[in-house]
Design a protein around this ligand. Structure first.
Ligand code: THU
Length: 160
């Protein structure tokens, strides 16, 4: 038996002003996307903004349903829409912000496991790592690839 250690690298910013201009733009876009949240059950508004490799920014927001599992997270709304409408354009960066009753969380809301698995799928589809930015009011985290939010990714043995 050998004990192993896994290191995950990410950048943490105290303010959006410290970020690259293109990241600042994407953070603003995911904040804007939160306005599209339909979350009468949780009152948790999530916005996602996905920059594609062609520069286009696609937005998504969480959509809830009285039959709870029928709703969908903001990230998946954005990623599914992007892949459905621009199937050949890789993802570049995905920014996500979550607010509780309209107030941006101090520590960034983290994507759920299902969304991370979907991120992994698109990284595989496009054979192109993409960045993830998690936005909170006190700190913002930036990851360079999906492996950094989902270590030990499940990868089907039959595809790819
Ligand atoms: N939600 C997201 O939109 N993204 C996530 O990664 C986690 C959770 C949504 C689902 C639900 O509408 C609300 O946040 C509360 O869980």
């Amino acid at each position: 038996m050998m004990k192993q250690t896994l290191n995950i690298h990410y950048e943490e910013y105290a303010s959006v002003d410290q970020m690259l201009p293109e990241d600042q733009e994407l953070v603003a876009a995911c904040r804007e996307a939160q306005k599209g949240s339909y979350s009468p059950y949780s009152n948790f508004q999530v916005g996602a903004a996905l920059r594609l490799a062609n520069g286009l920014i696609v937005k998504g927001a969480n959509q809830e349903n009285a039959a709870y599992p029928s709703g969908l997270c903001a990230e998946r709304v954005a990623m599914f829409w992007a892949s459905a409408n621009y199937p050949d354009v890789p993802f570049d960066t995905l920014a996500i912000a979550g607010s509780d009753h309209g107030v941006l969380c101090e520590s960034p809301a983290s994507p759920c496991g299902a969304c991370r698995q979907v991120m992994a799928e698109y990284q595989k589809k496009y054979k192109h790592p993409f960045k993830i930015i998690l936005v909170g009011s006190k700190r913002i985290r930036k990851f360079n690839q999906v492996e950094d939010v989902l270590p030990f990714i499940f990868d089907s043995l039959t595809i790819g």
